[in-house]
Design a protein around this ligand. Structure first.
Ligand SMILES: Cc1ncc(COP(=O)(O)O)c(C=O)c1O
Length: 400
């Protein structure tokens, strides 16, 4: 009794379905064999890192006898790594003024988001975010006394509902948090949507006298299909911040390397950066891991084999088509967010029907969007193809 804080005990209570699903998945794998369970529940990249990561790791090992080889460093991260990353992001974000002084290296995008919220949120401040959204956002915002205010995206396309976002802005709105390519929908917001969003935030910030930050969480920027471009946000709005990571692009999720890039055009950007350096320290991250940073310095510009994800996306689309499950084709990232079949919106019941056929998925309610469910493409293509009949059986049983 009273082992945990009320808040954390409540979190565990409310997320017990995740644990139950995980446990049920383990039972299924034991009963039917790993290869006969179609596990689309986890967004855990299963591709090996590019070869250069292994080579860089050997070179890092050769420096292990140097003093401070893995010692403390500036809280913002190694200057060398920040220089390489700044040059890369200056091009990607079409922001030539972006330099190493505008970057803080973080423990993944997760560490970057937490550092940013800690730096800018006052108690009760609001973070507006399109739904569906990455499950952890609510926790990250509440970690720092804020409140997540989800705004449903346009059903059927998952484009931004700009009127909905405008209606959600209040004097307490401090951040608008977007994620493109999106987890879980795969949506990539267009330049026009982002430009209009920037204009909206400009007007709102003027009205309230306090800037609203536009935070763009972009760990899937590298993974887009059919030649889609992910527009840069920095040129569109002065109070913008980009957060990214190499968890997915270099399959380095366990190494915890990400970054926060602050728009050089932001008045007072040095103050925000000072805040971010401090929060990286006082949240206990201190700095992003030394080895991860050096791996990043060596491997930036390389990536996992994207054609694998392209084939998996095509395979999953074929499986869903054959099962008559409707979905919006993802433009990027490695997820599908299809609709529960028929007239029901009971995503938990349909996920249960899938599980009865050894298919593991995550209910949309967990992403703030009941009525849908998420499938992650972090399994080999043959698993996706072999799951076709199981999907069909689940739909028949659910609609019966
Ligand atoms: C949208 C989104 N943001 C942030 C993260 C956190 O990633 P990282 O490993 O870089 O902390 C994830 C991980 O799945 C994600 O999907």
């Amino acid at each position: 009794m009273h082992t945990l804080s009320t808040q954390v005990a409540g979190y565990i209570e409310h997320s017990s379905w995740i644990r139950r699903m995980f446990e049920a998945g383990m039972v299924l794998k034991k009963k039917y064999g790993q290869e006969n369970v179609y596990d689309f529940s986890l967004g855990n990249p299963d591709l090996a890192p590019p070869a250069i990561v292994g080579q860089a790791l050997h070179q890092i090992a050769d420096t292990a006898t140097n003093a401070f080889a893995f010692g403390y460093m500036p809280n913002a991260g190694y200057l060398d790594t920040r220089k390489v990353l700044a040059a890369y992001l200056a091009k990607e974000q079409e922001t030539p003024a972006l330099g190493p002084e505008h970057l803080v290296l973080t423990c993944g995008a997760a560490g970057g988001l937490n550092g940013l919220f800690r730096a800018v949120l006052d108690p009760g401040d609001e973070v507006v975010c399109p739904a569906p959204y990455f499950v952890e956002y609510g926790f990250y915002v509440e970690n720092h006394g804020g409140k997540l205010c989800p705004v449903p995206s346009h059903p059927g396309s998952y484009e931004l509902d700009l009127a909905g976002i405008a209606a959600a802005l209040t004097a307490k709105t401090r951040v608008v948090l977007i994620n493109s390519p999106n987890n879980p929908t795969g949506q990539v917001y267009s330049g026009q949507e982002l430009e209009q969003l920037g204009q909206l935030l400009e007007r709102h910030s003027k009205k309230t006298g306090r800037p609203v930050y536009l935070v763009s969480d972009e760990p899937y920027r590298f993974l887009v299909y059919d030649g889609v471009q992910v527009p840069p946000v920095l040129p569109l709005y002065a109070h913008s911040v980009v957060i990214g990571s190499f968890s997915k692009s270099l399959s380095l999720a366990g190494e915890r390397v990400g970054y926060v890039a602050v728009n050089p055009a932001m008045p007072d950007c040095a103050t925000l950066l000072g805040g971010l350096v401090l929060t990286n320290r006082i949240l206990g991250f201190v700095n992003a891991p030394a080895i991860g940073q050096r791996l990043l310095g060596a491997a930036l510009g390389h990536g996992v084999d994207l054609s694998v994800y392209e084939r998996r996306r095509a395979a999953m689309a074929a499986v869903l088509d054959a099962a008559e499950i409707s979905y919006v084709m993802p433009k990027g990232a490695f997820y599908f967010f299809p609709q529960v079949p028929g007239t029901s919106t009971d995503d938990t019941a349909f996920v249960k029907a899938l599980m009865d056929q050894q298919v593991l998925a995550v209910p949309g309610s967990g992403f703030g969007c009941p009525g849908g469910f998420r499938l992650a493409l972090c399994v080999p293509e043959d698993v996706i193809l072999r799951s076709g009949d199981a999907f069909k059986r689940a739909v028949s049983a659910f609609l019966a």
